[in-house]
Design a protein around this ligand. Sequence first.
Ligand code: F6R
Length: 369
Amino acid sequence: EKGGYDYFMLKEIAEQPKAVADTLLGRIDASGSLSLDEVRIPVSVLREVDKVVIVACGTAYHAGMIAKLAIEHWTRIPCETELASEFRYRDPILDQRTLVVAISQSGETMDTLMALRHAREQGAKVLAVCNTNGSTIPRESDAVLYTHAGPEVAVASTKAFLTQLVACYLVALYLGQVRGTKWGDEIEAVIRELSDIAAAVDTVLETMEPVRALARSLADKNTVLFLGRHVGYPVALEGALKLKELAYMHAEGFAAGELKHGPIALIEKDLPVVVVVPSPRGRSVLHDKIVSNIQEIRARGARTIVIAEEGDEAVVPYADHLIRIPATPTLLQPLVATVPLQVFACELATARGNEVDQPRNLAKSVTVE
Ligand code: F6R
C-alpha cells in the first residue's frame, strides 16, 4: 500500500501535484472566478467581516502564517494567526464580525478544537480548513473547506500542508472577490496561475536527487538553521520543524532580518544554513535584503544552501549549494519552496537510521490538550 515507495512519507511527497490539483478541482469556474458554494457562510456575512483570526498547530500553523499574508494583501482585512494552544488563554477579542479559520489535517486536534469552541462561544463565525471528512473540527464549525489531499499516513505532514496552503489561498482570494478590492486584476491573475502550480510542484520533484545527496552528506551535523523573509519565513519554520521531528536534529527557523538581533552569533564555520529566497521579480526589495543576509552569514563561514527561483543569478556567487524552484507569484512560492525541505528532512532521517513514518514521541493525531 506504499505504492512501491519505502515510506508513506515518500509516497505522500510524490502525491503532492495531484493533491494540489484535487484541492482546486471544481472550485474555479469557467469564467475564472472562484465558486466556493460549500462555504455556507453567506456572502452578506463575509462582507461584514472586519477581522480574521487563524488558529492551528504545528505544520498547519505554518500554513496559517502564510494565509495571514495572503488574506491581508488581497482583502485588506486585518488578520492574525495564533497557535491554537495559546489562543483562548489570553482572552482574545472576538465578536460576530470576526471570522476564525481553524486549520487541521486530522480535524481532531484538541488544541484547535478548544480554540474554535471558545471562538464560537464569543459569537465569531468559524470556517474549518480540514482534510478529514466528518471529523470533529468541521462538525463543530459553521462551514468547512475540505482539502483533498487524501489520507495522510506518515506522521510528518507533507501533502496536507500544500493543500492547506491552496485552501487558504482560495479563502483569501474568495474574500477578496466577494468584497471587491483594488487587487481585482491581481486576484484574477493569481487564480489563473494557481492552475499551473501542480505542474510546478511536479517540476520540483523531478529535480530532487542533488537535494537527497546533500542531505546524506550532512548526516553527521548537529545543527541546521533556516532563514526566510515574508512567505519564506514560515517556509523556513516548516523546514526546521520537519528536520526536528524526522532527523531529531537541532533545527531552527528565523526571519532573516532578525539575524543581526541575535541569531547571527550562532553562525560558525561549516554550519549549514538553508535560505529561502523570494522572487527577484515582484517585491525586489525583499530579494535584495536576503541576498545581503546570505553574504553576511557566508562571510562568517556558514555553508549556504540557497533555494532560489529559476533565473535568479544574483544568489549564485554566495550559494555553496543551489536548489532551483520554478518562478511563481510571490505569495504562492511556499507551494514550491517547501518541497525540497520535505525531501531534505526525509533523506536525512533515513541517513541517520530513523523511522521516517513514525518519529519517536509523536502521534499523527493529537487528541489531548
Ligand atoms: C508536523 C505535523 C504536526 C501537525 C499538527 C497539527 O509534521 O504533522 O505539527 O501539523 O499536530 O495537526 P492537524 O493538522 O491534524 O491539526
